[in-house]
Design a binder for this molecule. Structure first.
Ligand SMILES: [Fe+2]
Length: 248
């Protein structure tokens, strides 16, 4: 039809990478998606944002979410069937976001670990204080053949005034995954400032949605349609520097 103002219809904004390495999309295993319907709605939004492969990194934490490779794989199989029924063009993989705590220690010692394809392992620091033995642990997981990814380093407040710790961990071959939600300001000013600092200093290897809900997905969708995001991608050449798609 003749367009009076010469404007093209607005295209949906998509991400420049196709793998989400951090999400809470599996139904009923943590405080992310609770039902298959929630999961499908979140995946639909992922697809709209250009995501084709989703790592389902549900929480594994002492007492609250004592998931095992078996519970996570079962939830993933259930969701895979729903994806086929819905005809969604997305692939999902069962994995986990391991909080480093006493449950992790016993599961890790027993070999009950569910890495992403390529043996990447998403690890979450304590939010209260840095673990004394974190450098040794990051080294040990690499000796065992895993590639550690630190989940949302920008959110650990004890690093706000200790950026040298970021540098040390990163030099020890730990990949850093920053949350899009942090960049969008969802976790407050300090997390956003840290996220931008990591990007500016070349310490952000991957981005993740860390989406727990449709609400989170919509916040991300809005953010990636913003000028702020487009400028960030351009200024720091993120299309070359972000390595999400190496997880395969
Ligand atoms: Fe998470």
């Amino acid at each position: 039809m003749f367009n009076l103002f010469g404007r093209k219809p607005k295209e949906p904004t998509t991400l420049f990478y196709h793998t989400d390495v951090h999400s809470h999309i599996l139904p009923g295993v943590d405080h992310g998606a609770q039902t298959v319907t929630d999961s499908i709605e979140m995946l639909r939004l992922q697809v709209e944002m250009g995501i084709l492969r989703v790592m389902c990194t549900s929480h594994v934490t002492a007492e609250t979410f004592e998931n095992t490779p078996e519970t996570l794989t079962a939830a993933c199989e259930l969701l895979k069937r729903a994806i086929v029924d819905e005809g969604l063009p997305v692939e999902i993989f069962a994995s986990a976001e391991y909080r480093i705590d006493e449950y992790w220690s016993s599961e890790y010692a027993a070999g009950h670990v569910l890495p992403m394809p390529g043996n990447y392992l998403l690890l979450e620091n304590s939010f209260v204080q840095e673990l004394i033995e974190i450098d040794e642990l990051m080294f040990d997981v690499q000796v065992k053949g895993y590639h550690p990814i630190l989940a949302h380093p920008e959110r650990y407040r004890y690093y706000n005034a200790h950026h040298e710790r970021y540098e040390k961990l990163h030099k020890g071959n730990v990949k850093f995954q920053v949350n899009l939600l942090s960049l969008a300001g969802y976790f407050g000013k300090a997390a956003k400032v840290n996220a931008l600092w990591l990007i500016e200093h070349g310490l952000c290897d991957m981005l993740g949605s860390d989406m727990h809900s449709v609400e989170h997905a919509l916040i991300i969708k809005d953010y990636i349609a913003s000028k702020e995001w487009r400028k960030l991608v351009e200024k720091y050449d993120l299309t070359k520097r972000i390595k999400n798609d190496m997880v395969k």
